[in-house]
Design a binder for this molecule. Structure first.
Ligand code: S3P
Length: 161
């Protein structure tokens, strides 16, 4: 779990390979179900419709008994029902990244609807302000990912898991 661009998918995929588990990216499952990109769906139906589907997919995935590494969308913690099910049905690692690191990483990214606009760094600071307490409330472990690459963060997670 963590802000968009905090490395959830890269690190999740790496850990799944290491632990010989299935890797599941909720955004990918959602896009398969929608038959279009999240960006296109956001533009056509809006954020509330997206959050409804996101909550449904997350609940379904967390109901399964097969152990896997799951990467959530950055906004999955916005709904209390998602925070509850995540906390109850998984071990949650929050990748605590710096907005500055993320803005650098995402500077050429055009796929994330919430990151479009003139000042992505300001947007990231706002998202962190809004979501930081929710990530911390949901996480079993907060991993300091500031100025760390994916391998360094993966190693930290392995030491906690
Ligand atoms: C979102 C983050 C995205 C995706 C959607 C909404 C958010 O996932 O779920 O665009 O609200 O932060 P990533 O965190 O993988 O970018």
């Amino acid at each position: 779990m963590g802000l968009p661009g905090s490395g959830k998918s890269t690190i999740g995929r790496h850990l799944a390979r290491l632990w010989k588990l299935r890797f599941v990216d909720t955004d990918h499952v959602i896009e398969q179900r929608l038959g279009c990109s999240i960006k296109a769906f956001f533009a056509a139906q809006g954020e509330v419709a997206f959050r409804d589907i996101e909550s449904q997919v997350l609940a379904e995935l967390l109901q399964q008994d097969q152990v896997c590494v799951l990467s959530t969308g950055g906004g999955a913690i916005l709904r209390a029902q998602n925070r509850e099910v995540l906390k109850a049905r998984s071990t949650v690692f929050y990748l605590q990244s710096l907005p500055e690191d993320i803005a650098r990483r995402l500077r050429n990214d055009t796929t994330r609807p919430l990151m479009q606009g003139d000042d992505p760094l300001k947007r990231l600071h706002t998202l962190l302000q809004e979501r930081g307490p929710l990530y911390l409330e949901t996480a079993h472990y907060a991993i300091d990912a500031a100025r760390q690459n994916a391998s360094q963060v993966s190693r930290k997670i392995c030491m906690q898991a």
